[in-house]
Design a binder for this molecule. Structure first.
Ligand code: ADP
Ligand code: TRP
Length: 328
């Protein structure tokens, strides 16, 4: 079984990304016989158009994976833009993609809806061809490696369906070249942010994974709570602090804090518990992350080595596609 997934480098990874995407992808990569984990840097071009930012976010994602336990000798990790075959395949696939299929893709539809709501004359206002054709490139990412399983968040399932449609269309037009990939939907639990809404970079309510203890503590202390007095019993199920705590604490720690909630606990004390488990959980990986980020040459070499391995695997399939398409 071949597992493949990509992450868009658009910001520094936070706890929501970690629990919702990074950790499940790492677990799956570690359990699969063959795994591919790549940084979809050219997908980020829809929003990140400053080279130095793209570079830094790319290194941060790579350093996060390695710091969290991905072994680059086992899992093939690479940067999308280092695999030129992907872009050649994307163009070929674009010619097997009905425009109507792209009209229905959710990111594009959301943009059109936003333009309708803000009463723009041009409903395609702010839509680049990169955004519009995003699912075609994503299909190339998956199909070039004949991936069986693609772990993704729920929002990406539509893109996997699109990849299947495009693969079928190519197979009908030319020959049975591509396998049909299957989405593996990752954890449905949404990690709450500091203000209780979904943790997201765009809401500014996120807790970055790797920051020094002091900064982490300061952020944890900012988690919004209700105004119940310390002695009042509290419901762990509706407490953001507890919901985050649960993800990082041991079973014993969880039952201890649960008992304290039942008896009544001050929010400041609950936050202290949360900070302590977070700080301990990330202590080792934080050191590793910082070491990797202090000498990005090591990361760069790992990514380039990964891209070489990926290309060796991709090239025979690309050759077959080229031969079919050109009739040579
Ligand atoms: P952001 O909302 O901060 O911009 P992204 O959209 O870049 O995050 O998300 C990248 C990945 O992280 C996606 O797979 C998404 O499902 C996951 N993710 C992001 N925020 C959360 C969250 N609060 N809870 C669970 N998963 C999340
Ligand atoms: N579109 C995905 C996201 O926004 C990232 C991605 C790009 C991807 N190419 C992929 C995920 C191929 C899985 C497979 O999260």
């Amino acid at each position: 079984m071949r597992v493949l997934t990509g992450v868009k480098p658009t910001h520094i990874p936070h706890l929501g990304n970690y629990l919702g995407a990074i950790k499940p992808a790492i677990q799956l990569a570690q359990s699969a016989k063959e795994s591919f984990l790549f940084i979809a840097d050219y997908h980020s071009l829809t929003t990140i158009q400053k080279g130095s930012e793209l570079r830094d976010f790319t290194y941060q994602v790579a350093a996060t994976w390695i710091a969290c336990g991905v072994d680059p000798n086992k899992t093939i990790i690479y940067r999308q833009s280092d695999v030129p075959e992907l872009f050649e395949l994307a163009w070929i696939l674009a010619n097997q993609t009905p425009k109507g299929l792209m009209n229905r893709a959710h990111a594009y539809k959301a943009k059109v809806q936003e333009n309708e709501e803000t009463k723009k004359d041009d409903l395609d206002f702010g839509v680049s061809m990169g955004l519009f054709a995003y699912p075609v490139l994503m299909s190339a990412d998956i199909l070039l490696f004949n991936a069986d399983v693609v772990p993704v968040g729920e929002d990406q399932v539509q893109h996997i369906e699109i990849a299947r449609d495009i693969a079928q269309k190519f197979n009908r037009t030319y020959d049975e070249v591509f396998k049909l990939p299957r989405a593996h939907i990752q954890a449905k639990t949404l990690v709450p942010g500091l203000d209780g809404r979904k943790m997201s970079k765009s809401y500014g309510n996120h807790i970055p994974l790797f920051q020094d203890s002091k900064a982490m503590r300061k952020l944890v202390m900012k988690i919004v709570t209700d105004s119940l007095p310390p002695e009042a019993p509290k419901d762990p199920e509706t407490s953001n602090i507890f919901q985050l705590y649960k993800q990082f604490a041991t079973k014993e720690q969880i039952s201890e804090l649960e008992a304290l909630y039942g008896k009544g606990i001050g929010w400041g004390v609950a936050k202290e518990h949360l900070f302590n488990v977070l700080d301990a959980y990330f202590a080792r990986s934080r050191d590793k992350f910082n070491t990797l980020m202090s000498d990005t040459k090591v990361l760069e070499d790992a990514l380039l080595r990964g891209a070489e391995r990926a290309r060796v695997i991709a090239q025979p399939l690309m050759k077959q596609v080229r031969t079919l398409v050109r009739g040579l």
